[in-house]
Write a protein that binds this ligand. Structure first.
Ligand code: SF4
Length: 120
């Protein structure tokens, strides 16, 4: 009878330990998951893409023209920007970018390419 009680206590003890271990592991994994969630909420949103650099929907031929002409979003030459180029298409109301007569797609007023020509 004593052996039976000791065996029962031993089994209860083992069961209790395994329950504690598994519960602890579950709680730890839950906390880790919560940290990730909180971390994700605190992470600043992905930087907004410059709309004048967003070529979504622009034909590949025009993207290549843009590259071939050496278009850059910020002119390296003072006083020679798209905004004062003969081929510039001004920014329309409600838009953030203008355009260029040489290729389709958004163009920054501060941009530049090798075809820059003075306005007359
Ligand atoms: S030709 Fe070049 S510099 Fe002129 S508006 Fe077009 S991209 Fe800008």
């Amino acid at each position: 009878m004593t052996k039976e009680i000791e065996r029962r206590k031993f089994l209860q003890h083992c069961f209790g330990l395994s329950l504690m271990v598994s519960t602890g592991g579950f709680l730890l994994s839950s906390c880790a998951g919560r940290k990730k969630t909180v971390a994700n909420k605190n992470t600043s949103p992905v930087a907004k893409v410059n709309p004048c650099e967003d070529l979504t929907g622009v034909d590949a031929v025009d993207v290549e023209k843009r590259k071939a002409l050496g278009y850059v979003g910020l002119s390296p030459i003072q006083d020679k920007q798209c905004g004062n180029c003969k081929l510039w298409i001004p920014v329309k109301d409600g838009k953030e970018c203008g355009g260029c007569l040489l290729f389709a797609g958004p163009v920054s007023e501060d941009g530049h390419c090798t075809y820059w020509a003075p306005q007359v």
